[in-house]
Design a protein around this ligand. Structure first.
Ligand code: SF4
Length: 304
């Protein structure tokens, strides 16, 4: 490990404080961790899961409640997987851990024809192994390292390609109904996690050992969001705030809101339409005036 300069040490302390605050906020807002919980932290060897473990270990020491942590890595037997990296790192932290060895790579290679996408089967297999491990370890919660940007990207992906307004929830019950899955990094920005990972010098294990291509749709969404962020600072923050401020009466899902029973006797719900129409009307008036002006200049209409 390279010795950090004084400036880098200050940067790290500030960043760690910020991440700790975000993680603490998410834990409190969604009641992610309770007294007596045994949290299984899924560690892939990527920056996000290292950061998750690191911050949870700090919070464990400061929290007014007791909870235990067990880090779990699944060695999927991908060619070139550096088996020694995670055990060495976890030993140095002094955290309880388990490395699970399952040749899911072999199964994926056998079942999926060459050139086809392997991620879907691979993820399902990995999930099944991790849930089985959580049960064996007596974990009450399973913590994953997805962050705010993953959640926004997933929402955009679902909107663009899945026809659903749906993201990754900060807390949910697993698809086999047996585990509570939590995402304590839900309020953390990816850019901060990248910087944190660099300063902490985590021993990153590359995620392309399986030889699979990155998900192009997700990459495109990521580029689009980064582009928006550069051109319109604050837009991403606003989108994430919007995900926490859903107004079912102003969307179109009749299972979420009872549109059918609206009548003249119904009460105004969430400000009616006024809050939304005003800016739009103003905007459309401006556009209309500009259009009229152009048309006038072209002598196409005659406004007195
Ligand atoms: S990138 Fe490779 S390891 Fe990751 S989910 Fe896809 S197939 Fe599995």
């Amino acid at each position: 490990m390279t010795e950090l300069t004084d400036i880098q040490k200050t940067q790290l302390a500030k960043l760690e404080k910020k991440l700790r605050r975000h993680v603490g906020q998410a834990i409190a807002q969604y009641n992610m961790i309770e007294d007596g919980d045994r949290i299984m932290v899924c560690l892939s060897g990527g920056k996000d899961s290292y950061a998750l473990l690191s911050i949870l270990m700090i919070l464990q020491k400061q929290a007014p409640i007791n909870f235990s942590l067990v880090a779990v890595n699944l060695d999927q037997k991908q060619p070139g997987f550096p088996e020694h990296v995670l055990p060495e790192y976890l030993e140095s932290l002094g955290v309880e851990y388990k490395i699970v060895e399952e040749d899911t790579y072999g199964i994926v290679k056998e079942k999926i024809p060459e050139g086809k996408t392997t991620c879907s089967l691979c993820s399902r297999l990995r999930r099944a192994v991790l849930y089985k491990t959580a049960k064996a370890l007596g974990a009450t919660k399973v913590a994953l390292g997805h962050h705010r940007d993953d959640m926004i990207e997933t929402m955009m992906l679902n909107m663009f390609y899945g026809g659903k307004l749906k993201s990754m929830p900060p807390k949910l019950v697993s698809d086999n109904g047996e585990h509570v899955v939590i995402r304590p990094l839900a309020f953390c920005k990816e850019s901060e996690l990248i910087q944190y990972s660099e300063l902490k010098q985590f021993p990153i294990i590359p995620c392309n050992l399986c030889g699979s291509q990155p998900n192009l749709q997700r990459q495109n969404i990521k580029h689009m969001l980064n582009d928006w962020h550069d051109k319109f600072p604050g837009r991403i923050e606003s989108m994430f705030t919007a995900m926490q401020n859903v107004v079912p009466s102003h969307l179109c899902d009749d299972e979420l809101f009872d549109f059918k029973s609206i009548s003249n006797e119904s009460e105004i719900v969430d400000g009616g339409d006024i809050a939304f129409d005003e800016p739009d009307i103003k905007q459309s008036n401006v556009v209309e005036q500009e259009d009229n002006h152009k048309l006038q200049q072209l002598n196409i209409i005659n406004i007195s």
